[in-house]
Each structure stands twice: as C-alpha cells, then as structure tokens.
Design a protein around this ligand. Sequence first.
Ligand code: HEC
Length: 271
Amino acid sequence: MKITTKHLLALFLTFLIVWALVTAPAPLSESVVDSGEGWIPIQQVFQTVATENEIARTLYTKRIVGAGLKVQLKFDELWQDENVHAGPLPALFLRESARIIAQDPIPLLLYLGSHQPISESNQFSGIQLSKFESILRSRVSNFFHEEKSNQYTAMYPDFASVAACVTCHNQHPKSPKKDWKIDDIMGATTWSYPKEKVSSAEYLEIIRAVRSGLAGAYRGYLRKIDSFSEQPEIGSRWPSEGFYIPDEATFMAEFHRLAAPATAQALLGTP
Ligand code: HEC
C-alpha cells in the first residue's frame, strides 16, 4: 500500500489524540465530586435527612403543638376536614411532608409505619414488617436492600419518648394496641431510595427535597388557619408568646438554625 499524505495526516492526528489522552491532567477533585457516578453511600444520606426530619418533628411538636395547646390552638387527626378548626398532629405533619416529598422528581420515599398502627395505611408488610420485627428486638436502626423493588431502605425506631404518645395511642378508638408503655418502639421512620450510592450533587438535592417537604407541610397548616373562625396572628411570634403562629419564613429559619450544625458536619465529614 502506498502511504499518502492523507494517511500520514490521519496517523499524526491519531497520535495527537492518544498523546492528549495519556498526558491529560487527572480530573480535578470537584469534577469527581459532581460526576454522575456517585460514591456517597445512601445510608449516610438517610442519616442526614433522618436527623433533619427528627429536628423538624421536635420543633413542630414542642413549639407549635405543645405551646399552641396552651393558648387554645387545636390539633386534630381530622384537621383537613372543612369544619375542624385545627392543625395536624405531629404524625400527620410528617405524613404531609412525606406526601410532598413523593411528588418531587427525586425518587426519595418517607413512611412512618408500625406493626400496630392507628391508621391502616401505616401498617408495615412484607420485608419491611420482618425488618421492623428485628428492630423491635435489637432496638437500633436497620438498613437493607430489597431486590424486588430495588429499594435501599433505612428504618429508624420511633420510641414512645413522652407520656403523651402512650396516652393518646392507648385511648384512640382505632388503636389495635391499648397497652403501649413509655420507651416502647411504636413504629419506624422509613426512608427508601433506588440507588446504593449518590453523587454529592444528588445528596444536596435529596436534602432540598426533604426541606421543601417540611416547608410545604407547614404551609399547609398556615393555609388551614385562614379558614379558622378564631385565627392566631401569623408573623414573627410563637405560641409561647400568646395567640400567635410563626409564618413560614420564621418557622423555617428556626428549623435551619437547629439543623445546620448536624447537616454541615455530615456534609463535610468532619468528626
Ligand atoms: C394526640 C394524639 C397523639 C399523640 C400525642 C401521638 N400520636 Fe402518634 N398517631 C396519632 C394518630 C391519630 C396517628 C394516625 C395518623 C394517621 O392517620 O396517619 C398516629 C400515628 C403514629 C404512628 C404511625 C403508625 C400508626 O399508629 O398509625 C406512629 C409510629 C406514632 N404515631 C408514634 C407516636 C409517637 C412516638 C408519639 C410521641 C412522640 C406519638 N405518636 C404521639 C395520634 C397521636
């Protein structure tokens, strides 16, 4: 075969490409961080959002429900009914944020289940029930992969931490169990995601989805207040100061303040 200029040019170009590939600098760490590949174990991500969720639940339970009851604000499981002038109970606040998270493009699922639930829709079944039963014995969280649905799941036990949990559930007409005691495991907060590892960009997206679920649930409560016959003033004050309810910005600012240290530490990986 006669070697033409065209052949030589092609050879030279091939050489240039190979040389460029071989001598190219190693990718910068930031580009690794944001490559779609991902290497942050989802278990770590679950831990971060579970902590955020717990902080929001405590904030809502103590500063809104606990303090609100003292100034005659009402909280009811039928809070969504038209003629019930009440806000959501903590479990329903969580359920509302789970519903909003489920609508987000991020495929994160949140579920508060139990083996003895008041509401049938909170009944664990299948692999989740057997994993939950092992939590009842070990009393620590559990992480597993479900082949069939390809979901990675973390379950965190939900303890009867205060007397109100026990009395309300024991007295509830629909509760299948009437002898809950303090410190019992009443259920488990359950998080699922269809990937074993995520990129840091996806990690942040998951946190964003959880936070917008929490803000959305709170917004739902504020919207409901608009229909109350007696409306607390919505603004920068809290029910501990009187017949007031913080607006979304005030509530979320307090949540961010409380959640920031743990989340920053989780993201930076500092001890
Ligand atoms: C004023 C009553 C009341 C109090 C106080 C209360 N709950 Fe509940 N809880 C309910 C109701 C009603 C439901 C069902 C909500 C629904 O329809 O999803 C529920 C749901 C739950 C569930 C989901 C399983 C189920 O039973 O449907 C768990 C787990 C749970 N609560 C744990 C707790 C814990 C832990 C506490 C205390 C930190 C607590 N609850 C305080 C009324 C209460």
